[in-house]
Design a protein around this ligand. Structure first.
Ligand SMILES: C[S@@+](CC[C@H](N)C(=O)[O-])C[C@H]1O[C@@H](n2cnc3c(N)ncnc32)[C@H](O)[C@@H]1O
Length: 256
């Protein structure tokens, strides 16, 4: 593992950041208005993972997307199996964004659904109706999941544990809190920025944990999960999510 510029003695912690000022419009403009190749790949892989692991299940499960932010594709990926999806999010602005999407989400999310519906489990579903009925934005913290008795059947966490703090200790704790919230055997998908130096949304800079690579991600998860696939995607030339070297997608299952 490499040591980077953000291994300072006083790393920025999750509590130090003005999350309520996160600008969902600016974030979507940077990341999700036009589907990037890397997100298309992530969506396809998550679709196939959930389709394999949840085959035969009716739409009765509970799902959770942790640090949902203004990204609907993780919850869209859970729709064929989940009657209830908790969208756990700490920023008031992002909660408000998610609530606005419930009656009918914005058109640019359709391009992600088109990738999902290439999987037979998604074919013929009405994602808008299912999303409206299943999705429940909830104001809360990833770290609260370390203390909850509640357990979910399926989970996602995209660009959160490493994108909310500079502290490696806090990153590891965050990953453990996600794992604590999953039932034994629950399939999950989680994505991480590799060696991110932080990111800008609108006028604000947000922290990231620099020392993240596939070894660190495996180490953070190994006590809790079977890792079906750890996939690194180099992101050279993708200037929007600046200052990182790639993305890591993990598809796995919570250990029994
Ligand atoms: C880089 S964004 C990722 C958003 C989204 N999951 C995605 O895939 O684009 C990080 C998100 O984590 C949220 N967040 C920050 N601290 C959090 C915490 N303690 N618990 C839950 N979410 C948090 C932020 O508000 C933001 O929405």
């Amino acid at each position: 593992m490499t040591s980077g510029p953000h291994t300072a003695e006083q790393p920025t912690l999750n509590k130090d950041v003005p999350w309520d000022s996160f600008d969902p419009g600016a974030y979507i403009g940077n990341n999700y208005l036009d589907m990037k190749t890397v997100d298309e790949e992530i969506v396809s892989r998550v679709r196939d993972h959930f389709s394999d692991r949840l085959r035969g299940s009716d739409r009765v499960l509970s799902g959770i997307d942790v640090g949902a932010g203004p990204n609907l594709y993780p919850s869209l990926a859970m729709l064929p199996w989940c009657r209830h999806i908790t969208l756990l999010e700490w920023s008031a602005n992002n909660i408000e964004y998610l609530q606005r999407q419930l009656p009918g989400y914005e058109g640019h999310w359709e391009q992600f659904w088109k990738v999902l519906r290439e999987g037979p489990a998604y074919e013929g579903l009405n994602p808008r109706t299912l999303f409206r009925d299943a999705a429940h934005p909830v104001r809360g913290s990833l770290f609260d999941l370390c203390h909850t008795e509640r357990r979910w059947d399926v989970g996602t966490m995209f660009f959160v544990a490493e994108s909310i703090t500079e502290s490696l200790e806090e990153f590891r704790r965050g990953v453990g809190c996600l794992m604590n919230a999953l039932k034994p055997g629950a399939p999950f998908a989680a994505a991480f920025m590799e060696h991110s130096e932080g990111y800008r949304v609108g006028d604000l800079e947000f922290p990231a944990t620099y020392d993240i690579d596939t070894d660190e991600v495996r180490a953070a998860l190994q006590d809790f999960a079977h890792l079906d696939d750890v996939h690194r995607m180099a992101d050279v030339g993708h200037l929007v999510r600046h200052g990182h070297t790639g993305m890591i997608l993990v598809c796995g299952r919570r250990k029994e």
